[in-house]
Design a protein around this ligand. Structure first.
Ligand SMILES: CC(C)(COP(=O)(O)OP(=O)(O)OC[C@H]1O[C@@H](n2cnc3c(N)ncnc32)[C@H](O)[C@@H]1OP(=O)(O)O)[C@@H](O)C(=O)NCCC(=O)NCCS
Length: 188
C-alpha cells in the first residue's frame, strides 16, 4: 500500500520553460471549474482519446473524489494565472497491481514542445517513488503517434498492443498501446 515520505515535493513553484513562466501546483477540489474550462477549451482531436472525459462535470467530481482518497495525484500547470495542463498519476487500486501507477499528461497546444511534459513526468515519478510504486504505465491509442514518440523519448518501453481496446468519441475502435517505465531510473 502507499507509504508517506519525508521527501515530498513542495508546491506551488514557478519556473521558466522555454520562454514561458509557468507555475506547478497540486490540484484542489476548488479547481473543478478551471479543469472543466481547460478541458472544454481543447480542440476536438485532443478530446478524441481522453481516458476520462473531463469535459463532463460528473467525471471531474469523480476525479476530485479520487484526489481526496489519495489514489490520484494531479499537478496543474498555470500560465498567466490560467490552467494550461495537468500531469496525473493514478495509483492502481487492486491488490495484485498495487505496485503500479498510471500516468496521464495533457497540455494545451500553446505550451507543448517546450519540455513541460518531461518536467511533469519527472514530478510524477518523484511522487511515484515517494508512495512506493515500482512501475508507471502509460496507455494510448496506436494512432497517437506523437504521444507514443514523447513517451519513448521519456524512456518508456512498449509493453503490449491490445487490438481494438480503445473506443474514441466517434465510436471508432483503435488498438491500445501500453508502455511502461520503472520508477527508479527516470531521467529527470
Ligand atoms: C504528450 C504531451 C503531454 C507532451 O508534452 P510536451 O511538453 O509537448 O513534451 P516535451 O516538450 O516535454 O517533450 C518530451 C520529448 O518528446 C519530444 N516530442 C515532443 N512532442 C513530440 C511529437 N509530437 N513527436 C515526437 N516527439 C515529440 C520532445 O522533443 C522531447 O524529446 P527530447 O527529450 O529528446 O528533447 C503533449 O503533447 C500533450 O498534451 N498531448 C496530448 C495528450 C496526450 O496525447 N497525452 C499522452 C497520453 S497520456
Amino acid at each position: 500500500m502507499a507509504k508517506e515520505s519525508a521527501t515530498k515535493r513542495k508546491y506551488p513553484w514557478t519556473t521558466k520553460v522555454g520562454d514561458e513562466k509557468v507555475t506547478l501546483r497540486l490540484m484542489q477540489p476548488e479547481d473543478k471549474d478551471a479543469m472543466l474550462e481547460f478541458a472544454r477549451s481543447l480542440p476536438e482531436e485532443d478530446l478524441l482519446f481522453l481516458a476520462i472525459d473531463i469535459t463532463k462535470e460528473q467525471a471531474v467530481d469523480d476525479w476530485i473524489r479520487r484526489l481526496k482518497e489519495k489514489i490520484l495525484h494531479t499537478i496543474l500547470v498555470e500560465k498567466d494565472g490560467k490552467l494550461v495542463g495537468h500531469g496525473s498519476l493514478f495509483h492502481e487500486e487492486q491488490v495484485w497491481t498495487r505496485h503500479l501507477g498510471g500516468m496521464i499528461l495533457l497540455l494545451s497546444r500553446e505550451v507543448r514542445g517546450m519540455g513541460l511534459g518531461h518536467l511533469l513526468a519527472g514530478e510524477l515519478f518523484a511522487h511515484a517513488n515517494d508512495i512506493g510504486l515500482r512501475k508507471v504505465m502509460a496507455r494510448m491509442a496506436s494512432s497517437q503517434k506523437g504521444a507514443i514518440s514523447v513517451f519513448q523519448k521519456l524512456g518508456f518501453k512498449m509493453e503490449a498492443l491490445l487490438a481494438d481496446c480503445v473506443i474514441d468519441r466517434n465510436d471508432r475502435t483503435h488498438d491500445l498501446i501500453m508502455m511502461s517505465h520503472d520508477v527508479t531510473g527516470f531521467n529527470v
